[in-house]
Write a protein that binds this ligand. Structure first.
Ligand code: B1M
Length: 210
């Protein structure tokens, strides 16, 4: 369908107004919200993720694409709810306590949202208690971001607090951010590490399937 292809292309090219218009056009033309989500928005973000991994686009293009996706998703959301399109899972995401960097975290959240996950964005400077509250509220995945060597250690104390609260078995915990490595994630007992936003989408799918 031409409209789905145009919607996908609008996301890839980061054209928010076009993406919004295509979603409205699609809905008016009787295309189901779930189809617009999967074959337009998610397909577009998947392509952007692929282009990023191949070095064909960089963070600015990815941010612009994610914003176009978010703008279109805002129009689509009430229709998705009405159609009862199931969420792939609920992800509580936040930057660890003491850390105010949120550009990367927002990018990860937008990519996940575009891939069909429900996002509980806890913001920046998030204490362990807030992650715990989100798990009690039904989050299946906790995604923590840290950009400072001084705040990455709070990932470990958060995991510890989740364990002490007796909730470790019911949630998958993944981590990312510039100073984080796979070996650090293993050392602190996280379930996974993602280097960038597109691999975070793959990782969430993997940990939920495990
Ligand atoms: Co700050 N800062 N900063 N800063 N800042 C860094 C991180 C730094 C490396 C700069 C430097 O010195 N070269 C340095 C950290 C040094 C260190 O700890 N080793 C630093 C410092 C020191 C500081 C302050 C302490 C400076 C000061 O006040 N003296 C201060 C700390 C404030 C605080 O947090 N308490 C500070 C403040 C700030 C600003 C507020 C000015 C601003 C943040 C604005 C904002 O976020 N709203 C800022 C910025 C912009 C940066 C740099 C320049 C850029 C960060 C960024 O947004 N990158 C950064 C230098 C750098 O990284 N080159 C720097 C783009 C973003 C898309 O990438 O966040 O890495 P990134 O996210 C990626 C991946 O890491 C991954 O996916 C994303 C997309 O691909 N990812 C995840 C991220 N989170 C993930 C979570 C996941 C999975 C993947 O979940 C599973």
């Amino acid at each position: 369908m031409a409209i789905l292809e145009e919607l996908r292309a609008a996301v890839v090219d980061g054209l928010a107004k076009v993406a919004v218009a295509k979603v409205s056009e699609g809905l008016a033309g009787g295309i189901e919200a779930g189809t617009l989500l999967r074959e337009g928005l998610i397909a577009g973000m998947a392509e952007v993720g692929q282009l990023y991994e191949e070095g064909e686009v960089f963070v600015p293009e990815m941010l612009v694409a994610a914003r176009a996706m978010s703008a279109a998703l805002a129009v689509l959301k009430p229709h998705l709810v009405a159609e009862g399109v199931p969420s792939n899972g609920r992800v509580a995401i936040g930057t660890t306590q003491g850390d105010l960097h949120d550009i990367g975290k927002n990018l990860v959240a937008m990519m996940l949202e575009g891939s069909g996950y429900e996002i509980v964005d806890l913001g920046v400077d998030v204490p362990a208690a807030k992650f715990i509250e989100a798990i009690r509220g039904g989050a299946n995945v906790v995604a923590m971001s840290a950009l400072l060597t001084t705040t990455m250690t709070n990932m470990q104390s958060t995991i510890e607090a989740i364990r002490e609260a007796g909730l470790r078995e019911q949630v998958r915990i993944i981590v990312g951010g510039a100073p984080i490595t796979k070996s650090y994630a293993d050392e602190i007992g996280a379930d996974g590490y993602a280097e960038d936003a597109s691999s975070a989408v793959r990782l969430v799918k993997e940990v939920l399937a495990a």
